[in-house]
Design a protein around this ligand. Structure first.
Ligand code: B9F
Length: 124
């Protein structure tokens, strides 16, 4: 069967690049996330990611990972997604994300979380 091994380079619809270094036998993985977009004045820097994927042998496994933007921001993002085969048999990741911004106080909590979707394709 076709696994969905996340190891390698991926690029999403925003131009962000993700490098998954290694997936272990339990499905745990780590890597680096290079976001193409940021709304801060600080220069963007590669950010560490850690995640976990199912190891189903049908090429349609689900996964999740956390990105800590520690080098240029005090915010955190989590992504959940699933692998699919695209029209050309290429590997596609459909994801949803939550981005948590650090806010000053409890009354500001309501505005602290953004959400969205990203589609990734394998580039390496
Ligand atoms: O722009 C984010 C940020 C956090 C605090 C100041 C700037 C950090 C980068 C997030 C990148 C997101 C997108 N990139 C991608 O590939 S993660 C989900 C998207 N997919 C002000 C407060 C929170 C955001 C802006 Fe900020």
């Amino acid at each position: 069967g076709k696994l969905c091994d996340l190891t390698g380079w991926w690029e999403n619809d925003l131009g962000s690049k993700m490098h998954v270094l290694k997936v272990d036998s339990e499905g745990n993985f780590s890597g680096e996330y290079h976001t193409a977009v940021s709304s801060t004045d600080k220069p963007i820097q590669p950010s560490p990611l850690v995640g976990s994927q199912h190891l189903d042998k049908d090429g349609q496994c689900t996964f999740g990972f956390t990105v800590n933007w520690k080098k240029f921001s005090d915010s955190t993002a989590v992504f959940v997604g699933q692998c699919f085969s695209g029209d050309n048999g290429n590997e596609v990741l459909q994801t949803s994300w939550l981005l948590r911004e650090k806010v000053d106080s409890l009354p500001s909590d309501w505005k602290a979380t953004r959400t969205g979707h990203n589609t990734f394709i394998r580039t390496g």
